[in-house]
Structures are given as C-alpha cells and as structure tokens.
Design a protein around this ligand. Structure first.
Ligand code: DX5
Ligand code: ZN
Length: 218
C-alpha cells in the first residue's frame, strides 16, 4: 500500500477544521502542508497560526514541505508543531547537509525536494542522509498545475540512483498527481503520492482518496 498525502493547500480554509476532520476520518495517511514564503516561490501560503491548528486537530502524521529560503532559521520553530517529516528544497540552501542534520537531530525525518529542472544527480551526495526524496511533478508555487510528463523518466533515474547507493530512501511525488497518473507513478516506484486539487476540488474527496489508494496498490 502506498501512502496518500492530501495537500491541504487545496482545501477550503474557511472550513479548515471540517477539512482536517475529513482527512482524519478518511483512508488518507498523512497531512501534506505547503509552506511558501513568496521568495523561493512566487506565492505566500501559511505559517505558524495555521500550523498550530494542524498540530492541535490533525490525527495523522504531518508532512511539512518548506518552499522557503534559509529554512535553517526556522527548523526549531517548525519542529514545535510535532511534524513527522520536514522537507527542504535542494535549491534553497547552500549547506544542505547541515540543514538535514539539524532536522534529524530533532528526531524528525528529513526530506529533500527537487525541482523539475534540477538534475537528479544533485541528490547523490545526500541520498544516504535523508528519509525521503520529494520529486516535484510541477514547479513549486501553486496547486492545480498540470503534471510535467518528464517526471516519469526522472523517477526512473532516481530509482536507479537509490539502487546504486543501496539507499532506503522513500520517494514522494508532489504536484499534478491525480487518477490519471497515480498507477504509473506507483509502478515506477513512488512510495508517497501528494495530491491536492484532485482531492479537494472533488464533490466527494473520500472517493478520490480511496481511488488513489486503489490505483497506487501495484
Ligand atoms: C506545489 C505544492 C504541492 C501542491 C499539490 O508547490 O508543493 O503540494 O499543493 O497540489 P496539486 O495536487 O493540486 O498539484
Ligand atoms: Zn508540496
């Protein structure tokens, strides 16, 4: 069974507690939380007050995806929301290893996200230090974007890299994941599927979550 992580960015923030409860009661596995700073990406989303709500009401692991510059300055703060995993972007920091270490020293799993135009080989120095690679299926910044097809061949390359390094790292695909590509991505080796608009723009999010689970069961 693959892990399904709904991206809460696509949920209705006017009814946030209901949306959290929907995921609590669903067959989804994690809460994917997209933090954007308007500098690393051309969009600003949410920070502390909203993350506090997830800390208090979400009953499944929190997967915090940081699309911010200088994440090292905020790791302590983000750790206070008790996340299971904190993901930083390879492109956002100079000393990637030091930031990953900072996350792991707090007993939080460390994820490393990679943009669609960053070569997969740039992950090589870190592949045995991290718990998860977040392979972006779109350029980060917005939900509801079209999946970039080349992600499939990048996923194959990533799989090969992981194999050659005998790494146990999990692969997350984030951006543009829906019922059209969930099966293929899972077959190619994705472990975690993030999905936002496909779930929350549906009239029946639970049906979509169940279908994503089913499709990904390869
Ligand atoms: C993109 C975010 C994604 C996005 C997913 O910058 O990191 O998590 O919200 O939403 P969909 O599934 O609509 O692409
Ligand atoms: Zn994300």
């Amino acid at each position: 069974m693959k892990i399904i992580a709904p991206s809460m960015l696509s949920s209705d923030f006017g009814r946030l507690l209901d949306e959290i409860e929907l995921i609590n009661k669903s067959n989804a596995d994690w809460f994917h939380l997209d933090v954007m700073d308007g500098v690393f990406v051309p969009n600003i989303t949410f920070g502390s007050p909203v993350l506090d709500i997830f800390k208090n009401y979400a009953k499944k692991p929190l997967d915090i995806h940081l699309m911010i510059v200088s994440p090292e300055n905020y790791i302590d703060k983000f750790s206070s929301y008790n996340p299971d995993i904190i993901t930083i972007h390879l492109e956002a920091v100079k000393d990637v290893g030091a930031v990953l270490k900072k996350v792991k020293n707090l007993n939080i799993k460390a994820g490393l996200a990679i943009n669609p135009d960053t070569p997969i080989k740039h992950l090589e120095p870190h592949i045995n230090e991290i718990d998860m690679v977040c392979l972006m299926g779109v350029f980060p910044g917005f939900s509801g974007q079209k999946f970039i097809k080349e992600t499939n061949s990048r996923l194959r390359d990533l799989k090969n890299l992981i194999k050659s390094k005998k790494s146990k790292v999990l692969i997350q695909i984030d951006g543009g994941v829906d019922l059209n590509n969930a099966k293929e991505l899972s077959r190619l080796g994705a472990d975690i599927l993030v999905s936002g608009s496909c779930i929350f723009k549906s009239k029946n999010p639970n049906t979509i979550i169940d279908s994503l689970k089913k499709e990904s069961n390869v």
